[in-house]
Design a protein around this ligand. Structure first.
Ligand SMILES: [Zn+2]
Length: 420
């Protein structure tokens, strides 16, 4: 029996290579902020003639501009290049359990229009929420006063399962109002902008690479701890998707063989111990069982108002119920991180989402426990970081899905040639 798999590589025509070089140069200019042509040549490994030719094209197209003279080299001042951030704009949308968030922004995330609605979400049926997303987007475009042809595209992130390549969302568990939904096709048909879809943890992992704490990392695992627990696995600078687009489901690794049943059908999944909802439930249950807690005072007796933030606040004040709940959370997270490091051997594990508020409380203990449990290795080892982007990582990630196309997809560059 043949085992499926292919390592076939397709060839490259000269025109493809020109577009790849354009993407590389554009990405290098953005990462540098400002850069001279000679530094561009050094950093990209391209020869000066190619740099001159391609930067002229990008300048003519308006994607980059000259930012003024740089430091004098041997008596001659060199012009610095930077991207022209207001030349094009991107729309990003995050679809989640509780709300829909959206931003419209320039390429540097500097001029940002932001919207959020709670009247539509994954909890509401698709035939209500999708038109609400259209209205949200149209209202942002109207407010911005932008010409529609300045908008490069729309990036959307949502919980999986989904097919990022085809742009299809497949019936997220517990959301019966969302049958198989071809998001890309629906948005492109209605709004006319190129549309990209990915799951929220993958998008957040990409955001950390472009804007957050993973700028210098190539191999890392991002764990998004929000309503659920997701993971984005970055290998050699690219998201690892797996054969069936469901890699990185870190929330559903078993950490307790005989643990309670999870929505996914399995038992003892990590998500049941570290999602903010699970920590809140644990504290609520302890109070209902008669333990007294500062958390009860903080919510003035209304146990529905218990939040992860308040539990962290109470734990920082040494409230026993809160401390116990955070300890279970920290122990389970430790096991999850150890399993991730043993599986992928990353440079770093990044923690993001709602748990940023717990950094001060758990960081040292988390690192210590993790390295006690890790398989012995050489002198080097993965580091653990809290996200710098916190809960904004997924929406910035949705924005990054479109930006990434500018850097990585020569065909997208080719389209730009036609639209400007
Ligand atoms: Zn599960």
């Amino acid at each position: 029996m043949a085992i499926r798999g292919t390592n076939k590589q397709s060839g490259r025509n000269l025109s493809d290579i020109r577009l790849i070089n354009r993407s590389v140069i554009f990405r290098t200019v953005r990462e540098a902020g400002t850069i001279s042509r000679s530094d561009l040549a050094r950093q990209t490994g391209l020869n000066p003639a190619t740099i001159t030719h391609i930067t002229r094209e990008l300048l003519n197209q308006g994607l980059i501009i000259e930012a003024g003279p740089g430091k004098s080299r041997g008596g001659r001042r060199t012009a610095l290049l930077q991207i022209n951030a207001q030349h094009a704009y991107i729309i990003a949308v995050r679809l989640s359990r509780h709300n829909i968030q959206s931003i419209l922004t320039d390429l540097n995330l500097e001029n940002v229009i932001r919207r959020m609605i709670t009247s539509s979400s994954l909890t509401h049926p698709a035939d209500i929420s999708i038109p609400a997303m259209f209205d949200l987007i149209e209202s942002m475009i109207l407010e911005s006063g932008l010409d529609r042809n300045k908008i490069l595209g729309i990036g959307i992130c949502a919980p999986g399962p989904l097919d990022a390549h085809k742009g299809i969302l497949y019936e997220p568990p517990n959301f019966p109002g969302w049958p198989r939904t071809p998001i890309r096709e629906i948005f492109e048909t209605k709004l006319g902008f190129p549309t990209f879809l990915d799951n929220d943890a993958n998008a957040a992992a990409l955001a950390e690479k472009l804007f957050g704490c993973a700028k210098d990392l190539e191999n890392y695992v991002y764990i998004l701890i929000e309503d659920g627990v997701g993971g984005g696995v970055m290998i050699n600078g690219d998201i690892y998707r797996g054969e069936f687009d469901v890699a990185g489901e870190i929330g559903h690794m078993t950490i307790e063989i005989n643990g309670p049943q999870c929505d996914c059908g399995n038992y003892g999944c990590l998500e049941l111990y570290i999602s903010p909802d699970s920590v809140e439930d644990r504290v609520r249950q302890a109070i209902l069982n008669g333990r007294s807690s500062l958390v009860e005072d903080l919510v003035q007796g209304d146990l529905d108002k218990i939040s992860f933030d308040l539990i962290v606040q109470a734990a920082l004040e040494s409230d026993a119920v809160a401390v116990d709940a955070i300890q279970i959370f920290t122990d389970a997270l430790t096991v999850g991180i150890v399993n991730v490091i043993n599986s992928f051997d990353p440079e770093a594990v990044l923690l993001g989402g709602k748990i940023g508020v717990a950094k001060e409380l758990i960081y040292e203990q988390l690192k210590q426990q993790t390295f006690q449990r890790l398989m012995p290795r050489g002198e080097k080892g993965a580091s653990i970081h809290f996200s710098e982007l916190n809960s904004d990582a997924p929406i910035i990630g949705a924005f990054s899905l479109v930006l990434q196309e500018l850097f990585q997809n020569p065909a997208f560059h080719a389209n730009l040639d036609m639209s400007y």
